[in-house]
Design a protein around this ligand. Sequence first.
Ligand code: NAP
Length: 322
Amino acid sequence: MSWYPVPIPSQAGRSVLVTGANAGLGFFTAARLARAGAHVTLSGRSPERLQAAVVALRHRMPRAAVDTLVIDTSSLESVHAGVERLLDRAPLTSVVLNAGMVHTPGSRHESVDGHELVLATNVLGHFALIARLLPHLAAGARVVTLGSLSTRLSTFRVDDLELRRSYDAWRAYAQSKIAATSIAFELDRRLRRAAEDAAEAVGAASATPRVHSVVAHPGYAISGRTPSVPGVSAPPRIDRFLDALQAPFAQGKHRGAEPVVHAVVADDVEGGQFWGPRFLTKGEPRLATPTRTSRDPRIGARVWAFAEEATGVRLDARQVGS
Ligand SMILES: NC(=O)c1ccc[n+]([C@@H]2O[C@H](COP(=O)([O-])OP(=O)(O)OC[C@H]3O[C@@H](n4cnc5c(N)ncnc54)[C@H](OP(=O)(O)O)[C@@H]3O)[C@@H](O)[C@H]2O)c1
């Protein structure tokens, strides 16, 4: 019997922002949460592609509570403009940092802000987004960062995050995912410290962080194993054929989204955890083991300091609102 989809509790009353939600894992994450009753803000860089995703969702769920927000994560100006629009709304109960360049360019490009483009898109935009949003998240909110198995398959040059010394497409992707994961775990540590300090200040015995930072990865999730969604995903037949050959170790993006959905909704999830598929590249969600590098507090602190400098935004984990 198929494990998919994993039943999830009602999300009525919850509000979630998903970046890169017009396609791939972000779309299926948004769809599952909307189906469960959450209000979902689909964010992406193209208003047309976002609209197509909303039409696709509404086609299946006419009463889905969804809206859109344009944020190009490679541009700090776009991130700040998007945040301004979120600050007027009710506090978010979760943010899914999903947007990402997966097919990275063969040569080094820079973002409008002058940062290596993959780093800017996959890491720096999300850092600035969370830095600005953190004080406005609901108590108990979760920040879910998309990790990747690629973090196991690459070394990490923390002294060359901009890849100025040597660039290749694979390193750009893997480094960006290691940096994103490292920041997520550093955020968890800082949120815990802030909670302990706050508890100590009032003589409280226990300290629960008011926001939880979790990492989830989809295993190996490919288009050719993904259902067609008109206007959103329509893998050509050749992709379906070729990707079927990978079926023993790959899954569709709808299934790959399940560990992400689990990280957003499940009761057994805590900050600092890493969730992924049961069989590493595919399968139902289960707790996984992150790499030592991505958990290393010294590396986390360095990537964090770099991100603050590169974005010009300070992320203060003590400013967590309710
Ligand atoms: N698929 C996997 O096996 C796998 C494995 C590990 C981790 N991941 C992670 O999962 C996430 C989603 O991957 P995916 O496989 O679903 O990729 P995908 O199908 O290519 O979707 C990527 C999404 O990110 C958006 N995006 C790209 N650049 C953006 C930008 N500058 N600003 C805003 N949005 C942007 C894309 O929007 P456009 O349509 O506008 O390009 C799209 O909505 C990524 O973070 C990736 O690293 C995926």
